[in-house]
Design a protein around this ligand. Structure first.
Ligand SMILES: [Zn+2]
Length: 210
């Protein structure tokens, strides 16, 4: 199964992707994570990517797509994958469509004021990349997985968040019409498990058909 997860930053799509990975055995591919890794790699491409991210602007499509294509050709993607955070724009969707056809597009919805609230309180581990939130019970400022200190990403600061949410708003409508009846809508207002339940049922049905 080749899946796309659409949803604004903070919508909970990363958490949803992890649950799908566990149950269906396909990897979660986050272009954000791949790009962040490259930004730290010290290569020329990495420096380019890093400078865009520092300004809170999106990395150009051609660069992102090259990086993504390399990733999708790896062995663990042979039975499918979940694209988390890609495509963000109609242009990216068209590029991807020429490379491969996806089966389902899951769109995760959450009101914008709630998205903003979740994003400013988000923190990430510099070492293992794990995401936490200062509003979650038991938050200590240290990573729950590896103990490293957590930090606020530049793109989770209020000004950058506004830029990201505006971009999302402008791009989502053309994406939804591009994918048409492949789109499956789910609201993430409830808990992660409540969000996942209808998605799991839908994917199980789809899996049984194939
Ligand atoms: Zn960690």
């Amino acid at each position: 199964m080749k899946l796309i997860l659409l949803g604004a930053a903070g919508s909970g799509k990363g958490t949803l992707a992890k649950k799908i990975t566990q149950d269906f055995g396909i990897p979660q591919i986050s272009t954000g994570d791949i790009l962040r890794e490259i930004a730290k790699s010290g290569t020329e491409l990495g420096e380019k990517v890093g400078s865009f991210q520092k300004q809170g602007i999106l990395v150009p499509d051609e660069i992102t797509f090259e990086v993504l294509k390399q990733r999708l050709k790896q062995k663990d993607c042979k039975n499918g994958y979940i694209l988390d955070g890609y495509p963000r724009t109609l242009n990216q969707a068209k590029m991807l469509d020429k490379f491969t056809k996806v089966d389902v597009v899951i769109k995760v919805d959450l009101p914008f004021d709630e998205l903003e609230r979740r994003l400013v309180s988000r923190r990430q581990c510099a070492k293992c990349g794990d995401i936490d939130n200062i509003n979650y019970p038991g938050y200590t400022g240290k990573c729950r997985k590896c103990g490293e200190k957590l930090f606020q990403r530049n793109d989770d600061k209020p000004e950058a968040i506004k830029v990201r949410l505006e971009a999302y708003k402008n791009n989502i409508t053309p994406l939804v019409s591009f994918y048409g009846d492949k789109v499956f809508n789910v609201s993430s207002v409830g808990s992660p498990d409540e969000t996942y339940a209808p998605v799991k049922a839908f994917l199980k049905k789809l899996e049984a058909k194939n």
